[in-house]
Design a protein around this ligand. Structure first.
Ligand code: FAD
Length: 389
């Protein structure tokens, strides 16, 4: 019989995992991040270490071979990783959204078939929603899956897909009934392994978020077995993926806290070392104001992330909480990266320091997992829905 863990034992387990992540970051990521980022090189050795640490199964249930971490602990991992090199978090974040969607919405057979291989990192991937003509308005996608024999024939193009070049499998949002009204009833989610009928047409060049692959995928008469339709039913794909995106938004928010904190820590250190007019710049009031604002943004962002993660862990609907955390923490990262650059003067603009990387990485957070404009819409709709006049 399985022995139930006490909350104290769980807390101790979480602490051991966070310590292991800290050691991994110190030893395996920090020394190489700058060079790999500059060369836009996929961090293969880091991926191998992440497999050993179990990060590809961080939120997957223990019964399927994962670590079964809560969203709260997972957010702490994402913050730590992102404070060192945000791209590394992208390699397991969208992979875990795919896994979470299978775990929440898949059939038992699908969970047993896929989740252990996702957890070990043997099969890695992400989510393929965005198309050249549809991002925020996901109901406008055109990728079409037509029933054929014991499966579907898929045709269409997905773009900006993280882990699509180096990964092996993707949760792909398709239209199974383009005439359906409302449109989401005609949308389904399928697990598609790369292979015949799936081509990576190009790797996309980006301002930041280097090292991790963002690609364009073309599906051309790609046959997908009916067993790969998540949950086994057509017409539920949009709800299934939006459920996974709650965790996705918490993790993007946690990335924001990581970058905001890295900017703050580098700035606090530099402000004590750099002298102008005979004293460290930390003693000039204009710089003190910057440090105070950066620290406050960082702390407030972390509290919002903790609140959203706790709501997620309790099983409550948390789109408003996740939206607020995502909006605030990612804007904090953008704010802190620009303030850190000003505070570092010319050195902030130099490729030799990390500040310019934070400054290039931070704006992505306002776009990914639903733009910050979309988060405001979600928050406002929920405010009205939860407070009827
Ligand atoms: C590096 C990177 C990695 C990514 N990884 C993935 C991935 O792994 N999988 C994936 O599927 N996608 C991925 N994306 C795509 C990302 O999710 C989309 O870019 C995002 O959802 C926005 O879509 P869009 O770019 O088409 O912008 P659009 O939807 O065209 O929006 C353009 C602008 O209009 C605003 N807007 C849109 N609708 C409204 C509205 N109703 N009211 C007010 N403002 C509105 C938006 O906020 C934005 O400012 C990635 C993108 C990047 C840059």
């Amino acid at each position: 019989m399985a022995v139930q863990e006490t909350p104290e034992e769980r807390a101790e387990q979480d602490r051991l995992i966070l310590d292991a992540v800290d050691r991994f970051l110190e030893r395996d990521v920090k020394p190489v991040a700058h060079d790999l980022e500059a060369r836009d090189e996929y961090p293969r050795e880091i991926v191998e270490r992440m497999k050993e640490l179990g990060l590809f199964g961080a939120t997957i249930g223990e019964q399927y071979g994962g670590l079964g971490l809560s969203a709260s602990t997972y957010a702490k991992i994402v913050e730590r990783v992102s404070a060192v090199w945000m791209s590394v978090s992208g390699i397991f974040n969208s992979h875990l959204i795919m896994a979470q969607t299978v775990e929440r919405a898949g059939t038992e057979e699908q969970k047993r078939r896929w989740l252990p291989r996702f957890a070990s990192g043997e099969l890695r991937g992400g989510i393929a929603l965005t198309e050249p003509d549809a991002g925020t308005d996901l109901q406008g996608i055109r990728t079409r899956a037509v029933a054929e024999g014991n499966g579907y024939r898929v045709n269409g193009t997905k773009t900006w897909i993280s882990n699509s070049v180096e990964g092996h499998i993707l949760a792909v949002l398709v239209k199974t009934d383009p005439a359906a009204e409302p449109r989401h009833r005609g949308m389904s989610l399928m697990l598609i392994e790369k292979g015949a009928g799936v081509q990576v047409s190009r790797k996309l060049e980006k301002l930041g978020y280097k090292g991790i692959d963002s690609g364009e995928l073309v599906f051309e008469d790609c046959f997908v077995p009916a067993d790969n339709l998540v949950g086994g039913d057509e017409g539920r794909g949009l709800q299934q993926i939006l459920g996974g995106l709650e965790l996705g938004r918490i993790n993007v928010a946690a990335r924001g806290v990581g970058i905001a904190r890295a900017c703050l820590e580098d700035s606090v250190r530099y402000a004590q070392l750099r002298k102008t007019f005979g004293k460290p710049i930390a003693e000039h009031q204009a710089i003190q104001f910057k440090l105070a604002d950066m620290a406050t943004q960082c702390e407030a962002a972390r509290l919002l992330v903790e609140q959203a993660a706790a709501a997620y862990d309790s099983g409550e609907r948390c789109d408003m909480e996740a939206g607020m955390a995502k909006l605030f923490a990612t804007e904090a990262a953008i704010h802190n990266s620009l303030e850190a650059m000003r505070l570092h003067g010319a050195y902030g603009y130099s490729k030799e320091f990390n500040i310019e990387r934070y400054y290039r990485d931070a704006p992505l957070l306002a776009i990914g997992e639903g733009t910050n404009e979309l988060q405001r819409i979600i928050i406002a709709r929920q405010l009205v829905a939860r407070n009827p006049a």
